[in-house]
Design a protein. Structure first.
Length: 195
């Protein structure tokens, strides 16, 4: 047994970390006191640097505090993260979903949510192709990256499946109108399209 100089409790030797500079080979403070001192020292350093410091919350067993919203939620409200010390993500599922949508727009289309909402409002909230379904998917040119508008899921995927090719899309429209074109073979591998 050894007495901790911090909390003044008499504790088993396993409660003290090793320190080769001491006569008994152990630190003078127990592991709990060292951890508390380190956390307090860290918070003071961060505050001195002008950074916001979150106070440690009293979190019940099986729960975790979200870094973004600050709420304490059960482990079922978190995605798994094998590389984290507790095996859980740093943001709860709800915060991760909100940030995921925002980050997706910025990363893929260089748009903010407000800019996307303005585009949807300028289209009166509906897809500009079918004029029926709500506009929810950002459509863009895959070659230039330019955003063209906001479409419904079906119209956006149809354009993608047609390869973003206006000629193919026109032929598809002709086909739907009953004007199916039949290519005429002029030479091996060369077709003449109808006028």
């Amino acid at each position: 047994m050894k007495v901790c100089t911090g909390c003044k409790r008499s504790l088993p030797l396993a409660s003290f970390a090793a320190d080769r500079n001491r006569g008994d080979g152990l630190q003078v403070r127990c592991r709990e006191c060292v951890a508390e001192y380190s956390a307090a020292h860290y918070r003071r350093r961060q505050a001195a640097l002008g950074k916001t410091v979150r106070e440690k919350a009293d979190v019940p067993e099986g729960h975790k505090q979200c870094r973004t919203c600050g709420e304490i939620k059960p482990h079922s409200e978190w995605h798994r993260n094998a590389s984290a010390s507790d095996g859980l993500a740093t943001r709860c599922k709800a915060c991760r979903a909100v940030h995921g949508r925002r980050d997706h727009l910025k990363r893929n289309y260089n748009l903010t949510e407000a800019e996307r909402d303005d585009m949807v409002a300028s289209q009166m909230g509906v897809c500009v192709i079918c004029l029926k379904a709500p506009a929810v998917h950002v459509d863009h040119c895959h070659e230039t990256g330019r955003v063209r508008g906001v479409l419904c899921f079906n119209c956006n995927s149809a354009i993608g499946k047609l390869g973003d090719d206006p000629g193919t899309t026109r032929r598809a429209a002709d086909y739907l109108e009953g004007n199916a074109w039949k290519p005429i073979l002029v030479a091996p591998g060369v077709y003449r399209l109808p006028s």
